[in-house]
Design a protein around this ligand. Structure first.
Ligand code: UDP
Length: 365
């Protein structure tokens, strides 16, 4: 055989794996059905601005090893994500912190904020939160839930908050300091030069073929390598034989505007259900851009159907059970390993994807 590994998918998982395998003398071929490398972290340049074509990506991690690893491939800027939420005609800071609470209740001290939230939580009397609504209510009380969570979450997931798993909302910090940093992680930033440059560097010296759909040429490509690392959708790989896993998709409406600063922030969330999009990204602010024009993307969330881009796995019970069935099929494979967000059907952040790829490398070699 010509190669040791065929890596299907040139996103972060595939690129890290291929890089590490190549460093260990393995012969790798990386293919991707899209016409470019980078998977969903791909950025394209418009008006001198790196536009996050498949949704905003902000790198953040507390994993020292992963942070050191990515810094070998790019220098990171000092961007700190501090989104703003618009609810009807009111504007709030995110994540939920003293700036949010002082605006919401005209208060000033952590004690006052805690008293209000504790009183609201007490009135609700939720013991063990069993879904996202109960989890959110028992963390932040009714006011914050109604204005900043309910509408956004139901638009984002297309499901009632009572039908969603609680863990989704545990991603969001709650703090009683005047700190608008969206993440609690030790390290954060945007790679200077864009994410695609990282992936390009990871894949340096490795054979890459874009515009190649493995599933259309399964026999030919499958016979080229000893082993396959598959980072596409696991259910699609098996022809949806057990049924299709559910995903949320996102439609982006991207516009170039003839002004230098449209919204004054990289991320503005629209948390009421009347506005049809979930958020507007103004890409230049991720890199403190000073270009004359600006590029914005409105994000419209929708249910995924075959042919759409799958973005967010819906990790509820029904889908978790279905995924477990695909995992059973995968466990019988002699030479195919599934990984990455779509292969593992996980709502992964970038650092977790890199961690998973490095762990796989560690296990194999
Ligand atoms: N969320 C919310 N209001 C917001 C932002 C987020 O209720 O203004 C909830 C929503 O359920 C969302 C989850 O928090 O799915 C995670 O949000 P995050 O911004 O981390 O999602 P991502 O950037 O991955 O789309």
């Amino acid at each position: 055989m010509k190669y040791d590994y065929l890596v299907v998918g040139a996103g972060l998982f595939g690129a890290v794996f291929a890089h590490e395998a190549a460093c260990r003398g393995k012969r790798c071929l990386v293919i991707d059905r899209r016409p470019h490398i980078g998977g969903n972290v791909y950025t394209e340049e418009i008006e001198g601005i790196h536009v996050h074509r498949y949704g905003a990506h902000i790198f953040h991690t507390s994993d020292q090893e992963v942070w050191d690893y990515v810094n070998r491939f790019a220098e990171f800027n000092n961007y700190i994500n501090s989104p703003v939420a618009v609810y009807k005609d009111e504007l709030y800071n995110l994540p939920f912190n003293m700036n949010t609470f002082s605006k919401m209740w005209s208060i000033r001290t952590p004690r006052e904020a805690k008293d209000i939230i504790e009183k609201q939580i007490e009135d609700l009397a939720i013991r063990e939160p069993s879904n996202l609504e109960e989890q959110a209510l028992s963390l932040v009380g009714r006011d914050v839930y109604e204005k900043l969570i309910k509408g956004y979450t139901e638009k984002q997931w297309g499901r009632d908050c009572k039908e969603l798993p609680a863990f989704i909302i545990r991603r969001l910090p709650l703090r009683f300091t005047y700190d608008n940093n969206y993440f609690n992680d030790r390290y954060q930033g945007i790679p200077i030069g864009g994410y695609t440059a990282i992936v390009r560097k990871l894949l340096e010296g490795i054979e890459v073929r874009t515009g190649v759909d493995f599933l259309d040429e399964r026999e030919e490509y499958g016979s080229l390598a000893e082993k396959i690392i598959y980072t596409g959708m696991i259910d699609e790989y098996y022809g949806y034989q057990m049924g299709a896993l559910e995903y949320r998709s996102v439609r982006f409406e991207t516009e170039v505007l003839d002004c230098d600063n449209y919204q004054g922030n990289a991320v503005v969330n629209y948390t009421d259900k009347e506005v049809p999009y979930t958020r507007i990204i103004e890409h230049k602010h991720f890199e403190f851009g000073r270009q004359e024009k600006t590029v914005i993307s409105k994000e419209f969330s929708s249910e995924w159907t075959v042919g759409d881009e799958p973005y967010y796995p819906v990790n509820d019970q029904k889908n978790s059970e279905l995924y477990a069935k695909y995992q059973e099929l995968a466990a019988c494979e002699g030479n195919v390993i599934f990984g990455g967000r779509l292969g593992a059907y996980k709502y992964y952040d970038m650092d977790k994807v890199i961690r998973a790829a490095l762990d796989l490398v560690f296990n194999i070699f």
